[in-house]
Ligand binder design. Structure first.
Ligand code: ADP
Ligand code: AMP
Length: 207
């Protein structure tokens, strides 16, 4: 089963993709995590993308698409994938259709006013890439590996605004794109993490 996620930053795409990866035993592939890992390791790609990501802009398509294509060739994707953060514009969506088309686009629909508090309270583990919210995990330490949680450099008010603009102008049109292909499952993302997950599983079962 090949699944992609749509929804603005903070909608809960990564949270749901990581839960579904455990349920369906297919890999959760986050382009944002791939870039952050490159930044952490100081690779040439990491150096190329750091300023772009910190500014809330999109990394160039050619680089992003080639990283995704390479990742999808790995053996763990034979049963499918859960792509989180890709595609983010029409060009990326068309290129994915030509290599490994998704069976379904899960659109996590959420009220704009909730997003800012979700992003401002997001804490990330620099070691295992786990994502938590400060209201649910008030400890400074990752509950899985004990490493100190950090605030993503792009989860600051000005960059959050920019990322939402980029989402609205470049990524939101993909909702219509997948709708026309008959591959769209829209879920109410304003609910609890467990309820959102249950609705996605139920929605995918019916398709
Ligand atoms: P995205 O991948 O769409 O940017 P995340 O999955 O990282 O979003 O979620 C953003 C923040 O909101 C995280 O701190 C996460 O723990 C929290 N979160 C995700 N889903 C929910 C939910 N349904 N209810 C409350 N908080 C949530
Ligand atoms: P995310 O972790 O999905 O919120 O992504 C963090 C940042 O990584 C984005 O704001 C972009 O700068 C970059 N990024 C992630 N995925 C993509 C993509 N598909 N295309 C371009 N840039 C991306």
């Amino acid at each position: 089963m090949n699944i992609i996620f749509l929804g603005p930053p903070g909608a809960g795409k990564g949270t749901q993709a990581s839960l579904l990866a455990g349920l369906y035993d297919i890999p959760h592939i986050s382009t944002g995590d791939i870039f952050r890992d490159n930044i952490k390791r100081g690779t040439p790609i990491g150096k190329e993308v750091k300023l772009i990501i910190d500014a809330g802009a999109l990394v160039p398509d050619d680089l992003t698409i080639s990283l995704v294509k390479e990742r999808l060739k790995r053996e763990d994707c034979l049963k499918g994938y859960l792509l989180d953060g890709f595609p983010r514009n029409l060009y990326q969506a068309e290129s994915l259709e030509s290599v490994a088309p998704p069976d379904m686009a899960v659109n996590v629909d959420i009220d704009q006013d909730i997003l800012v508090s979700r992003l401002a309270g997001r804490r990330a583990c620099p070691n295992c890439a786990g994502t938590y919210h400060v209201s649910a995990v008030p400890s400074e330490l990752c509950p899985v590996c004990g490493v100190k949680l950090t605030v993503r450099p792009d989860d600051v008010p000005e960059t959050i605004r920019k990322r939402l603009e980029v989402y609205n102008s470049q990524t939101a049109p993909l909702i219509a794109f997948y709708g026309q292909l008959g591959k769209l499952l829209t879920i109410d993302g304003n609910q609890s993490i467990e309820k959102v997950c249950g609705d996605i599983v139920e929605g995918l079962r019916k398709e």
